[in-house]
Design a protein around this ligand. Structure first.
Ligand code: NAP
Length: 310
């Protein structure tokens, strides 16, 4: 019997996903009708991006799951009409993209690359950069992305501390949890990478008090969510020189408004929410596997916990 898969995302995404989704769902042996216009009462699975038109899930009376195309679920997890299982996106390409953004931007700062790239011809100032062994990085969030970045940074030689809600045990990483753990993690954070989800518990986790715990001259990298940072507190810490640099990929309002002080601040690098993109060729495999599981009566992968919000 054929299953009905509604693709509920923006039109440009459909152009990108139509072929890979058809291919991957067929590859897991599921016979599916995949379209953008299936009547709600006939839909079995909803492939979903929170910026789609679908906001009311009440009419999807026989649907079995909502399969999110994004890793972040803050825009859907609180939807009061959604009583279906909700799976978020986890895929190796998303993880690899994040590893590359995080390690690339840390190495840029660590090696002082800008000093050479921007230096006038003839500048010869042979100051050796420090070694990774002598630098401490803290990763807040040790989930799919945070743990992978922590391991990659440790493999480069950095001394890595990670912090999460539940206690973790990851070889080569100093794993901390809880309120005391956060304080300890920040006190050693010469670089602080934010890879937490946006939830009520994580909003403004970097604020005037927590920024002050970090060592003078620390660098902040935020590829998580804009709401993790109290922007005024960060700007004040940057102006005071307590925080040396912030590399920010995500913002409370996106695109970042053209008059936002981050754009022109000499100690801030803005990247336009590109740290890690969901790529159809890979993420379609995750979607297909979850549809296969649903049809086989197996548990879905990467389910969101409604109580914690991620
Ligand atoms: P994940 O697997 O759900 O991991 C989240 C981590 O945060 C977990 O380790 C979790 O702890 C920890 N955490 C959550 N709430 C916490 C709290 N209150 N206190 C301490 N730790 C807490 O998520 P992920 O796949 O790694 O993704 C992380 C975030 O990255 C996403 O939510 C999204 O916002 C962002 N993201 C950004 C981009 C981009 O392009 N910029 C791309 C993809 C994702 P436990 O392990 O104990 O549960």
């Amino acid at each position: 019997m054929s299953v009905n898969v509604l693709f509920a995302a923006t039109e440009d995404r459909w152009a990108e996903y139509e072929d890979p989704l058809r291919r991957e769902i067929a590859a897991v042996g599921v016979d599916a009708r995949i379209a953008t216009d299936i009547p709600a009462a006939e839909v079995d699975y909803i492939v979903y991006a929170p910026n789609s038109q679908v906001k009311d899930f009440t009419p999807f009376t026989r649907a079995r799951a909502v399969l999110n195309l994004w890793a972040g679920v803050e825009a859907i997890v609180g939807n009061p009409t959604l009583h279906l299982p909700l799976a978020r996106m986890v895929d190796p390409a998303l993880t690899q993209g994040m590893i590359e953004w995080v390690t690339g931007h840390i190495l840029r700062l660590h090696l002082g690359m800008d000093a050479h790239i921007g230096a006038p011809a003839g500048t010869w100032a042979p100051v050796a950069p420090p070694l990774a062994f002598d630098r401490r990085v803290t990763v807040l969030g040790l989930g799919e992305l945070g743990a992978a970045c922590a391991v990659a940074l440790a493999a480069l030689g950095f001394q890595v501390t990670g912090w999460s809600r539940s206690q973790k045990d990851i070889a080569g990483i100093c794993c901390l949890s809880g309120d005391n753990g956060l304080e300890q993690a920040l006190r050693v954070a010469e670089y602080c990478v934010l890879l937490l989800p946006k939830t009520p518990a994580t909003e403004n986790i970097l604020n005037a008090r927590t920024l002050a715990l970090m060592p003078g001259g620390a660098r902040v990298l935020n590829p998580g969510r804009g709401q993790l940072i109290d922007d005024d507190a960060l700007l004040a810490a940057l102006d005071a020189g307590h925080i040396d640099h912030a590399t920010l990929d995500v913002f409370r309002v996106e695109p970042l408004p053209t008059d936002h002080p981050y754009w022109t601040h000499p100690r801030v690098t803005v990247t336009p929410h590109v740290a890690s993109e969901t790529r159809a060729a890979y993420s379609s495999k995750t979607i297909a596997e979850n549809i296969r599981r649903g049809e086989a009566g197996e548990p879905f992968l990467h389910l969101v916990d409604r109580t914690t919000g991620y």
